[in-house]
Design a protein around this ligand. Sequence first.
Ligand SMILES: NC(=O)c1ccc[n+]([C@@H]2O[C@H](COP(=O)([O-])OP(=O)(O)OC[C@H]3O[C@@H](n4cnc5c(N)ncnc54)[C@H](O)[C@@H]3O)[C@@H](O)[C@H]2O)c1
Length: 262
Amino acid sequence: MDDRLQGKVCLITGAAQGIGAAYARRMAASGADIGIVDLTRIDQAATVVADIEAMGRRAVAIKADVTKADEMDAVAAEVIGKLGGIDCLVNNAALMFDQLTASWDDFLAVNFMGVVNASNAVVPHMWERHRGSIVNISSTAAFPLPLNDPSPIPEDAPAPRVDPSGYGLTKWMLIHHTRQMARSLGGRNIRVNAVCPGVTMSPATKAVVPGMIVDALANAAALRSTLEPEDMTGIVLFLASDDSSKMTGQTIINDAGTVFAG
Ligand SMILES: NC(=O)c1ccc[n+]([C@@H]2O[C@H](COP(=O)([O-])OP(=O)(O)OC[C@H]3O[C@@H](n4cnc5c(N)ncnc54)[C@H](O)[C@@H]3O)[C@@H](O)[C@H]2O)c1
């Protein structure tokens, strides 16, 4: 049995379903008690909580909006009160399911400021205890992918607009912010790392990413594969655990070998 998180408490945002729920189950199976935050999908957290309790661990699910700093402060206080502390924060909530209708302001508020708000809510507690691990879930979308549209460009085709990708750019901002946070907090033994999943077959991906894009991404991967939510959980568990006790400010890409960065 993996007991690397025995006695620890992990708070995971956006964990009512999808990849966040896979983190919750895996971290509980490794001994942690779990705080779950979600907003519109909070009702789906009931099955995650039941699974965690069936493992003999404690879980609390809280409806809150990561874009609201005061709500995240209240979440941190509730989890600390009910579960005894917070050892690890996984900043997983993002506009993935909801990305097709999101504006740049929405992406900035959820994907980036949501991470800032949740982190600011737990950092004073970790600072006081001289320990903690924060894992920011970025994406390989942070790196423009090596995929071109194979169709020929007609001579009279209008120039494309070059507006920023709200999803990809906010995920890139998280990599910068992870390094900034690691510098600010390392003096108190608070570690901050980022993880970039590649295309992962969560319910959100199945709902919003066209099959031909999924196939193209799988073909571009060295391992000729997409990921399942469970494929992401080992890295987050590692970053939450003392196995990574000397690791901070880093970005780990787990994408079946599509983006090679270093
Ligand atoms: N699925 C992929 O292929 C993929 C690839 C790279 C990175 N990611 C990242 O992994 C994470 C999980 O992805 P997923 O596929 O499970 O997506 P998802 O959309 O299913 O999960 C995100 C969760 O965040 C919640 N959420 C959204 N806005 C919120 C808010 N304001 N406050 C609180 N909760 C909120 C949603 O309700 C949802 O449950 C996201 O950060 C995503 O960007 C996913």
